[in-house]
Structures are given as structure tokens and as C-alpha cells.
Write a protein that binds this ligand. Structure first.
Ligand code: HEC
Ligand code: HEC
Ligand code: HEC
Ligand code: HEC
Ligand code: HEC
Ligand code: HEC
Ligand code: HEC
Length: 408
């Protein structure tokens, strides 16, 4: 009897000890789990999360992504996100002979105040609630009126670092333009229209996922995050859409949704298209394919690229052949030139430049400057003087032979 007890006690102790150990262990694991609370929900039920929950396993991608124009394309207005100045002398512009727009910073926020004929009180005072545009080329400002969303008349133009009348607006005081879901579709991950019609401008103010975040391109993540949190030893991605399993057209469509200019014959509601879908089931390009040099404000990189010899003669070229969608790469021309060389200097494709050797060397073999020159945007431009216009410059994606003398 004694002997048995002597055996049972240590066994019991081991069992109790082990259970306590595993209890603590699993608590530790639970403590490192970031609680996954959605920030918004799609009308189809899909949940949206802040990219902060991806940091745990994709730290570098998330940190890089926060700096991209995509991520910063729709943000609540504040002193950091508004690029225009509120300092004296820089905080106004003349709309016409009678009206001056003043930009005013108050404790309650930032306002646009047009003044007629130097009257004391402004004609109206409109609060800038949301900012559209990272500010690479310019910004536009939106205002809430209860649940209705409007675009304000004054915008910011980066090339001149000044406030301007919004491109396309009349040079008279104009009523604020209603903002419809289609406008937000290209600039943010999700916004819920509650107007009952796609032309309505009422949105659920608490159900917005700001900026172009991970899920705009990667779709649903709930099961992916849960699975990998519970199986930290798993290195193969599970429960997530894989770009590598998509066709070239599907990969292109995921970018063309927003990079093929304005689209027409839209059959589906905004925010219905998801990566992997075929864009032609939703809408068609709103441009004449025979006049591809016509660039509009909202770039048509897809249409131009598709018309290039590089694209037509290669079976693999797509947007990610040159762009890392998670990184801010603007201005790093040597990085892009390297992408050209991936094809133009490889053994399988020995096509090399036949341009003037001296000139190309003087330009440090800067392929992009000669073959993808900067072109003036046709609609994102302003009249600075009677006979002087300043336009935003856009890299054409019609890769080809140009004989322009003023290459930049
Ligand atoms: C607990 C860990 C974990 C979290 C949190 C996590 N992932 Fe992952 N994810 C992984 C692992 C492991 C892989 C596979 C290895 C790799 O590609 O990095 C992966 C791969 C991926 C892939 C590549 C799929 C492929 O093969 O093409 C995508 C896209 C992705 N994750 C998106 C996300 C997004 C978006 C979030 C945040 C909403 C997220 N992940 C959060 C662990 C995680
Ligand atoms: C939901 C719409 C949307 C999708 C999808 C989208 N983009 Fe964009 N993209 C934009 C908008 C809007 C901007 C301009 C953002 C700004 O400056 O405010 C932009 C800007 C860019 C820029 C310029 C970045 C810079 O530094 O100025 C590149 C490059 C780009 N996108 C590539 C891509 C690629 C590649 C894909 C597909 C993998 C893609 N985009 C998918 C809307 C989108
Ligand atoms: C079809 C998609 C699409 C729609 C719809 C759209 N945009 Fe854009 N927008 C873009 C893309 C893409 C860019 C970047 C263009 C480029 O760099 O070539 C852009 C750029 C901008 C910029 C300049 C951003 C910067 O930092 O350079 C502003 C401001 C802007 N859009 C405002 C708006 C507003 C306001 C609406 C709605 C009334 C709207 N856009 C509708 C796709 C769209
Ligand atoms: C504009 C679209 C877009 C956005 C936004 C985006 N991704 Fe991606 N992501 C892609 C594409 C396209 C690929 C495939 C790239 C390739 O095949 O070269 C990819 C690949 C990946 C991969 C696998 C390959 C790799 O680079 O490790 C992971 C992981 C990933 N994304 C995570 C994220 C996370 C996390 C976020 C948000 C912080 C995010 N992505 C935001 C388009 C996007
Ligand atoms: C995925 C591979 C690939 C990439 C990346 C690529 N090209 Fe090409 N490019 C091709 C192919 C294939 C052809 C057709 C060659 C032929 O006709 O033999 C071509 C043709 C060209 C031509 C001739 C165009 C014409 O109209 O005759 C120029 C110029 C060119 N590429 C420049 C560039 C530049 C500059 C870059 C980088 C910005 C680049 N390419 C990136 C594959 C590529
Ligand atoms: C052959 C290489 C190549 C391919 C393929 C490519 N791009 Fe680009 N893209 C560039 C270069 C180079 C720039 C200029 C970058 C800079 O100015 O820093 C650029 C710039 C851009 C810009 C910013 C335009 C501007 O001047 O402000 C957008 C938006 C963009 N690309 C989207 C796309 C999309 C969407 C696709 C796919 C349809 C695509 N790109 C395919 C090379 C490429
Ligand atoms: C100084 C401007 C300039 C630079 C820089 C330049 N090219 Fe060219 N390239 C030209 C001109 C001009 C032609 C057409 C020459 C002709 O008429 O045959 C050309 C032709 C080409 C062709 C077509 C060859 C063929 O057989 O049809 C390719 C491919 C090409 N270049 C690729 C490149 C690549 C890749 C780089 C960067 C390493 C580059 N180029 C740098 C001006 C330039």
C-alpha cells in the first residue's frame, strides 16, 4: 500500500505540474494573439481588418505599405494629411475678380471659406473632413453633411505647391459636388453606400476601411490569420487567395479595376469586383483604343501597356514585372531600369537597345527616360497665367521609340 502511494504521489505531481505548464504555455500563446476585431464589414458579410494585424507575420510588408500612395489615398483630414498650407500668404487663392478662397485652421478643424468682394463674413465655411489623394500630384477634399458626402471646390496642386480651383470646376462659386460610391471605389478599400441607389451620396460613416489596404487586393483574410496564429510552425500560406494561381489577365484586371481610366457600361455595384474576377464581367474601358496617347487625370497605365510591343511580344509581362505593390518606389529609376534588363539583357531575349550609343551612355543607360517619357496630363493641369499652363507629368506606359528632344 505504502509503496503504491509512494508511486502515485509523484505521478500525480507530474500530471498536475504538466497541466499547469501547458496551461501557462497556452495562455502565453493566447496573450501574443492580437485580438482580431474587424474595422468594417462588406455588405456581402466579408470582414475588413486593419493591416496592423498582419505585422505579426508580415512585418516588412506592412511597414513598407504604410508609406505607399495606395495606403494614403483616402484619409481623415488633419494637419498631417492635408498637404496645402494654412500659413498667411499661402492659404488662399483668387477664384475670379470677386471671390477669394481662404483656408482656415481652427481648433475644430480645417475649413474652406470663400469671401465675396472683401466682405467680412465668408459666403460659407465648409469643413474638410476627408482627404482624397496622397498628394503626389494633388489632393481633393470631401465634407460630410450628416451622412451625405460632398467634394469641396478648392483643391491642392502639388506641382505649384498651392491651393487651386478643382480641375473641371467652373470659375464661379459652385455647389459642392455629391461624391458617389464609384469615386471612392478607386481610392479606398471599402465604403458602404446607404443611399439605396448607386448614384446616391450617403454613406455609413462608421463602416469605411480607409486607403487601399491589403484586403483591397488580397480579399478575405479571417481564416488565414486564425489558422496561422494557431499553427505558427506552418510556412505555407493557407486560406488566402494566391496571385501565383491567377492567370495573367486576372492579375492585370486586379490593377486595371483602378488603372484603366474611367470605365463604362458598369453592370455591378462599386466594391463588388474582387481580385480573381474578370473585369469584363463588370465594366469596359471608356476610351477609344485607337487613340491611346490620350491620357486622362486618372491614369490609364493598363490600356497603354497593353498596346506596347513589350506586352504583346511577352507572355508574362504584367504590372508586377516592374512594380512591387507593397513599396513606395517612385523616383527610383535605376530600380526600374533593372526591370527592363531582366528581359532585354537575358539570354532568352537578346534584344538590346539600338539607340545612339553615345547618347544612351550619356543618359547612363536610363531606359525609362527614353522609352517611357513623361507626358503632360491632359486634364490635371491649371492656368497659372493667361498664356501659361502647368500640367502634371505622367510616365507613359506606352513603351516604345520616341524622338522627343526634351526627355526628362
Ligand atoms: C500568424 C501569422 C500570420 C498572420 C497574422 C498573417 N499571415 Fe499572411 N501568411 C502567413 C504565412 C506563414 C504565410 C506563408 C509564408 C509567406 O508567404 O510569408 C503567409 C502568406 C500570405 C500571403 C501570400 C499568399 C501566397 O502564397 O500567394 C498573403 C497574400 C498574406 N499572407 C496576406 C496576409 C494579410 C493581408 C494579413 C493581415 C490581414 C496576413 N497575411 C496575416 C502567416 C500570417
Ligand atoms: C482600388 C483601386 C486600385 C487598385 C486595385 C490598384 N491601384 Fe494603384 N493606385 C490607385 C490610386 C487611387 C493611386 C493614386 C494614389 C494617390 O496618390 O493618392 C494609385 C497609384 C499607383 C502607383 C503610383 C504610386 C506612387 O508612388 O505614386 C502605382 C505604381 C500603382 N498604383 C500600381 C498598382 C498596381 C501594380 C496594382 C495592382 C497590383 C494597383 N496599383 C492596384 C488605385 C488602385
Ligand atoms: C477608375 C478609378 C478612379 C476613380 C473613379 C477616381 N479616381 Fe482619382 N485617381 C485614380 C488613379 C489611378 C490615380 C493616380 C493616377 C496616376 O498616377 O496616373 C488617381 C489620382 C487622383 C488624385 C491625385 C492623387 C495624388 O496624390 O496624386 C486625386 C486628388 C483624385 N484622384 C481624386 C479623385 C476624386 C475626388 C474622385 C471621385 C470624384 C476620383 N479621384 C475618382 C483612380 C480613380
Ligand atoms: C495594390 C494591391 C496590393 C496591396 C494593397 C497589397 N498587396 Fe500583397 N501582393 C499583391 C500582389 C500583386 C502580389 C503578388 C506579387 C507577385 O506575384 O510578384 C502580392 C503578394 C503578397 C505576398 C506574398 C509575396 C511576398 O511579397 O511575400 C504577401 C505576404 C502579401 N502580398 C501581403 C500583403 C500585406 C500584408 C498587405 C497589406 C499590408 C498587402 N499585401 C497589400 C498586391 C497587393
Ligand atoms: C517581360 C519582359 C520585358 C520587360 C520587363 C520589358 N520588355 Fe521591352 N520588349 C520585350 C519584348 C519581348 C519585346 C519585343 C522584342 C522583339 O520584337 O523581338 C520588347 C520590345 C521593346 C522595345 C521595342 C519597341 C518597339 O516599338 O519596337 C523597346 C524600346 C523596349 N522593349 C523597351 C523596354 C523598356 C525601356 C523596358 C523597361 C521599362 C522594357 N522594355 C521592359 C520584353 C520586355
Ligand atoms: C516595364 C515596366 C513597367 C510595367 C510593366 C508597368 N509599369 Fe508602371 N511605371 C513604370 C515606371 C518606370 C514608372 C515611373 C516611376 C517613377 O516615376 O518613379 C511607372 C509609374 C507608374 C505609375 C505612376 C505614374 C506617374 O507618372 O505618376 C502608375 C500609377 C503605374 N506605374 C501603374 C502601373 C500599372 C497599373 C501597371 C500594369 C497595368 C504598370 N504600371 C506596369 C514601369 C512599369
Ligand atoms: C538616349 C535615349 C535612349 C536610352 C537611354 C535607351 N534607348 Fe533604347 N532606343 C533608343 C532609340 C532612339 C531607339 C531606336 C533606334 C533605331 O531607330 O533603331 C532605341 C531602340 C531600343 C530597342 C529596340 C531594338 C530593336 O531591335 O528594335 C530596345 C529593345 C531598346 N531600345 C531598349 C533599351 C533599354 C533596355 C535601355 C536601357 C538599358 C535603353 N533602350 C536605353 C533610345 C534610347
Amino acid at each position: 500500500m505504502r509503496k503504491r502511494l509512494i508511486l502515485i504521489v509523484p505521478i500525480l505531481l507530474i500530471i498536475i505540474g504538466a497541466s499547469i505548464f501547458f496551461l501557462i504555455k497556452s495562455e502565453e500563446n493566447a496573450a501574443t494573439y492580437v485580438p482580431i476585431t474587424p474595422i468594417a464589414q462588406h455588405r456581402n458579410g466579408m470582414e475588413f481588418f486593419d493591416s496592423a494585424i498582419c505585422i505579426e507575420c508580415h512585418k516588412q510588408i506592412v511597414e513598407d505599405h504604410l508609406k505607399t500612395a495606395h495606403y494614403n489615398s483616402l484619409q481623415p483630414a488633419n494637419a498631417n494629411t492635408i498637404k496645402g498650407s494654412f500659413e498667411n500668404d499661402k492659404n488662399s487663392f483668387k477664384l475670379n475678380e470677386k471671390v477669394v478662397f481662404n483656408m482656415v485652421a481652427k481648433d475644430s478643424g480645417f475649413y474652406q471659406e470663400p469671401v465675396i468682394n472683401t466682405q467680412k463674413t465668408p459666403f460659407y465655411s465648409a469643413k474638410m473632413d476627408l482627404v482624397v489623394g496622397s498628394g503626389t500630384k494633388g489632393q481633393s477634399y470631401l465634407m460630410w453633411n450628416n451622412n451625405s458626402l460632398f467634394q469641396l471646390q478648392a483643391s491642392y496642386f502639388t506641382p505649384t505647391n498651392s491651393w487651386i480651383n478643382s480641375p473641371g470646376a467652373p470659375d464661379q462659386l459652385a455647389p459642392a459636388r455629391p461624391v458617389i460610391e464609384r469615386c471612392l471605389e478607386c481610392h479606398t478599400t471599402y465604403a458602404q453606400n446607404i443611399s439605396g441607389s448607386k448614384k446616391g451620396n450617403q454613406f455609413h460613416r462608421k463602416n469605411i476601411a480607409y486607403g487601399i489596404d491589403c484586403q483591397r487586393c488580397h480579399d478575405t483574410v479571417t481564416d488565414h490569420v486564425k489558422y496561422h496564429q494557431q499553427n505558427p510552425e506552418e510556412n505555407t500560406a493557407r486560406h488566402i487567395l494566391k496571385y501565383s494561381s491567377l492567370s495573367r489577365q486576372q492579375r492585370l484586371d486586379a490593377c486595371a479595376l483602378c488603372h484603366s481610366g474611367l470605365r463604362t457600361k458598369t453592370t455591378e455595384r462599386a466594391f463588388t469586383f474582387m481580385t480573381g474576377d474578370s473585369l469584363e464581367n463588370f465594366s469596359f474601358p471608356d476610351y477609344d483604343e485607337s487613340s491611346l496617347e490620350e491620357l486622362d487625370v486618372h491614369g490609364n497605365q493598363y490600356g497603354l501597356l497593353k498596346a506596347s510591343t513589350c506586352f504583346k511580344k511577352s507572355e508574362v509581362l504584367d504590372c508586377s514585372s516592374c512594380h512591387n505593390p507593397h513599396k513606395k518606389e517612385r523616383g527610383q529609376l535605376s530600380l526600374f531600369n533593372q526591370k527592363c534588363m531582366n528581359c532585354h539583357a537575358s539570354l532568352n531575349n537578346p534584344t538590346t537597345c539600338t539607340g545612339d550609343k553615345v547618347k544612351t551612355q550619356q543618359m547612363s543607360n536610363n531606359c525609362v527616360q527614353c522609352h517611357m517619357p513623361l507626358v503632360d496630363s491632359k486634364s490635371m493641369k491649371i492656368q497659372v497665367k493667361e498664356d501659361e499652363e502647368v500640367a502634371v507629368k505622367v510616365r507613359t506606359h506606352l513603351i516604345g521609340i520616341y524622338n522627343n528632344q526634351n526627355l526628362e
